[in-house]
Design a protein around this ligand. Structure first.
Ligand code: 5RP
Length: 221
C-alpha cells in the first residue's frame, strides 16, 4: 500500500469525530485533500468549515462545503489536520505546506485536534523534518542568525509567500528533545510570526493509516 492510500484511510477515519450541526476546522495538505473529499459525503450534516489556507478554501468550495470566516468564531469543536512529524507525546512539526500560522490559530481554538497521518510520520524525536518558521521578510537575516545560535541550519524557502504575505525558513539539523521550550524560544524572536512546532497545543487524537488498518492513539494529557 502506498503512502497516499494510507493518508486516505486516515482521512476517512476522521469522519467518526465529526459532530452534526457544527463548523469543522480544516487543515492543509495532501492528507487533508482526502479528508475534504470524505467530508463532502456528509456535508448535508454539518454547517460548513473554517479553513487554514486559501488552497483548502478552494477545495472545500469545489466540494460544495460552505467556508466561514474564522474571525466570527472564538472556539470550534473539532479541527482535523495532518503533520509532517509527530512524536509519542502527540507534539508535531507542521508547516510543510506553509500554512502553519493559520493552522496553529485554528488548532489552538479547537476543543479537539484530530491528527491524521500515514505511518511514515511517527517519530521518536522531532527534527528530522526541517522545522518551518514563518517570518516577516525584513527579519530574515536576524532570525537566521539566532537560529544558528541554537544549533539549527536555516534555509530560506525559495518562491514561497504565505497566505499572510510572509516568508518561510526551514531549519535543518535540529534534534528537538524539549519541544515546548524550543517552541517558546523561537516564537519569542522578533520577526517570527509562528514556528511550526505544535508542542503546547499537541494533538488530542491521532489516526494513523497503516497497511493493517487504522491505529488510534488518544492523548492522555
Ligand atoms: C501544512 C501542514 C501539513 O499538515 C503537513 O505539511 C502534512 O502535509 P501532507 O498531508 O501533504 O503530508 O502542516 O502546512
Amino acid at each position: 500500500m502506498n503512502l497516499n492510500e494510507l493518508k486516505k484511510k486516515a482521512a476517512w477515519a476522521a469522519l467518526d469525530y465529526i459532530h452534526p450541526d457544527t463548523v469543522i476546522g480544516v487543515g492543509t495538505g495532501t492528507t487533508i485533500f482526502y479528508f475534504i473529499e470524505a467530508l463532502s459525503t456528509i456535508k448535508h450534516l454539518i454547517y460548513g468549515a473554517v479553513s487554514s489556507s486559501n488552497s483548502s478554501t478552494l477545495l472545500l468550495q469545489k466540494q460544495g462545503i460552505e467556508v466561514f470566516d474564522l474571525k466570527n468564531f472564538s472556539s470550534l469543536r473539532v479541527y482535523v489536520d495532518s503533520a509532517d512529524e509527530i512524536n509519542n507525546h502527540m507534539q508535531m512539526i507542521k508547516g510543510g505546506g506553509a500554512a502553519l500560522t493559520r493552522e496553529k490559530i485554528i488548532a489552538t481554538m479547537s476543543k479537539k485536534f484530530i491528527c491524521i497521518i500515514d505511518n511514515s510520520k511517527s517519530v521518536d524525536v522531532l527534527g528530522n523534518f526541517p522545522l518551518p518558521i514563518e517570518i516577516i521578510p525584513m527579519a530574515l537575516s536576524y532570525v537566521s542568525k539566532e537560529i544558528i545560535k541554537i544549533g539549527g541550519n536555516p534555509r530560506y524557502r525559495k518562491n514561497v509567500i504565505t497566505d499572510n504575505g510572509n516568508i518561510i525558513i526551514d531549519v535543518h539539523d535540529l534534534y528537538i528533545t524539549d519541544p515546548i521550550s524550543m517552541e517558546k524560544k523561537i516564537n519569542s524572536l522578533p520577526g517570527v510570526v509562528t514556528v511550526g512546532l505544535f508542542a503546547s497545543r499537541s494533538a488530542d487524537v491521532l489516526l494513523i493509516g497503516t497497511k493493517n488498518g487504522i491505529k488510534t492513539i488518544k492523548n492522555s494529557k
